[in-house]
Design a protein around this ligand. Sequence first.
Ligand code: NAP
Ligand code: MG
Length: 401
Amino acid sequence: MPKIAMNVPVVEMDGDEMTRVLWGWIKELLIEPFVDLKTEYYDLGLVNRDATDDAVTVASAEATKKWGVAVKCATITPNAQRVEEYGLKKMWKSPNGTIRRILDGTVFRAPILVNGIMPYVPGWTKPIVLARHAYGDIYNSVEAAVEAGQTAYLVVEDGEGRELSRQVVHKFTSPGIVQGVHNVDESIASFARSCFNYGLEHKLPVWFGAKDTISKTYDHRFKDIFNDIYASEYAQKFEEAGIYFLYTLIDDVVARVMRSNGGILWACKNYDGDVMSDMVATAYGSLGLMRSVLVSPDGKYEFEAAHGTVTRHYYRHLKGEETSTNSVATIWAWTGALAKRGELDGNAALTDYAKRLERATLQTIEEGNMTGDLIPLFRREGVTPVKLSSRAFLEEIAKKL
Ligand code: NAP
Ligand code: MG
C-alpha cells in the first residue's frame, strides 16, 4: 500500500527511560510502515534538557502553539537522586508543568476501555473523563507553624500598600498551623471554558463540584464563574448537543459518580483532581490504560500517556532482561495526535488509520495477547491470557494492523 501522506507535522516530544524505548518501537513497528510520518522533533529526554538548559522544553511548547498538535513521551521530573544519577547542572522543573504554563492548558484524563478488563466499579461501563484545574489552591500556598499565644491574620492591601481588610484567622492558645491559599478568576474561567469545550467536542455532560456551602467566598467564586460562563456562552450549544452542565456540592458529585455508568466529564478543583484522578485510574484497571491530553483554551492539543517513564522496567531492560511494559497509553497518545491532525487538516485517511490502530490494539488484548500488568485483570470466557514482552506485544498489534 502507498503510505498515508501528512501535510502538516505533529510536534514530537521524545522522553525518557522505558517509555523512550517503547516510543521508538511504536514508530518503527506501528506508524512508519503505514504513514509518511511528518514530525517536528524535540528531544525532551533529560540529557538534552540539561544540555539545552531546558530551552528545548520551552521550544517544544512554543511549537505546539504554532502547529496546534503535539505528542509527548513520558519524561523524568528530576529530584535530588536524578541530579546525581544524570550529573545535572540543576534540578530542572517538571516539563509537563512548563508546557502547561505556556499553553495555559487543562489536562483531561480518560481510561481506555478493553473488553475483558472489568473496572472495579462494575457500573462504570463508559469512561469517566477527569479534568483537573492545575492552578492555585494548596499547590501555591504559604504556610506557617504557629506557637501558643500567637495570632494569625488574613490581611488584604491595595496597590499602594494601604490595608483594606484584616481578619483574624485564629488566636492560638496552643501550637498549630496556618495556611494561605489563593486562586484567580482568569484561571478559573479558562478552566471552565476548557471543560465546556471538551464536553461539547466529545458530547459529554460536564459535572463540577466545590464546597460553596462552607467556603462562601472562595469555593463560591468557582461555582459562580462556572455558572455564569455556562449560562452566557454554552447553555444553548449544550442543549443543541443534547448534553448538560451540573453543578452540585463536591460530596454529592462523588456520590453521583459512584452511581453513574460513566460517560461524563468530571471537572475537579486542583486537590480534588489530584486525588480523584488516581482513584478513577485505579478503578478502571491499570495506569497503563490511562490516556491524557492537555488542551489550551484556544484549542491546542498535547497528547500523552498518564503514567511515568516506568523506571523499574527500564533498569531491567538496561541489564538485557526482557520487560513486559504496557504501551497502550503511549499508542493512544500517537493515535490521538494523528487523528486530531487528520481532523484539522481534512486528512480522513490519517484519522482512519489512527482508529484502525486503536482497534488493532484492543483486539490484540481481547484475543488474549497482552503485557504482564493486564494479566491479573483479564477475564474472558474461553480466552487464556498470554503475557508478551514489550516488543512482542507491539509486533502482535502490527500483524493485526
Ligand atoms: P511510573 O513510571 O508511572 O511507574 C510506576 C509503576 O507503575 C511502575 O514501576 C509499574 O509497576 C507501573 N506502571 C506504570 N506504567 C506502566 C506501564 N505502562 N506498564 C506497566 N506497568 C506500569 O511512575 P514512577 O515510577 O513514580 O515515576 C518514574 C519516572 O516517571 C519519574 O522520574 C517521574 O518523574 C516520571 N513521571 C513522568 C510523568 C510524565 O511525564 N507524564 C508522569 C509521572 C511520572 P511495576 O514496577 O510494579 O511493574
Ligand atoms: Mg495524584
